[in-house]
Design a protein around this ligand. Structure first.
Ligand SMILES: [Zn+2]
Length: 161
């Protein structure tokens, strides 16, 4: 009887530890491979929220450089295509070719823009407003992007696939 109790106790301990090991493996597998995000960045990039206008570091930024995806480092926009739309968000009239995907909103009213690599939410794209010759405004959340000045472009982090 005593042996039985010990055996069954051992069994449960073993079962427990193998269960824990399994859980750790699962946690590892599910750990996001992308860059860590703040709560605000998660709200915008993962839940498609919008930064408050006239906040964030980039809406007035004029420096030469590249804007990459906050979540996966994919280069999205260059300062060449940035313009001041006075809307309170960073605005570009073109994206780096192939970097951004347009997705019509469910209500059909606006067109969402997402990173073509990680599908993180960037903002919306508007046509026909006449701001620039390209007649397009990519309205991008600061939370979704990271700026690299031209001098540091050679040190861009590699894209997380
Ligand atoms: Zn991305």
């Amino acid at each position: 009887m005593k042996n039985y109790v010990i055996n069954s106790l051992l069994c449960s301990v073993l079962a427990l530890s193998s269960c824990q090991a399994q859980q750790e493996t699962n946690t590892k597998a599910m750990k996001p491979k992308y860059n860590e995000l703040t709560d605000q960045q998660k709200k915008v990039i993962l839940e498609k929220a919008t930064d408050r206008p006239f906040t964030g570091d980039y809406y007035l930024k004029n420096d030469k450089g590249v804007y990459i995806c906050r979540q996966c480092n994919n280069p999205l926009y260059t300062s060449e295509d940035k313009f001041e739309a006075h809307c309170g968000w960073p605005s570009f009239d073109a994206a780096i070719p192939g970097a951004v995907k347009n997705v019509p909103d469910a209500d059909g009213e606006r067109v969402e823009i997402i990173c073509n690599n990680c599908e993180g939410h960037l903002g919306h794209v508007f046509a026909g407003e006449g701001f620039t010759e390209k007649n397009t405004r990519y309205c991008v959340n600061t939370s979704s992007i990271v700026f690299y000045p031209a001098a540091e472009v050679k040190n861009l982090p590699s894209v997380i696939k």
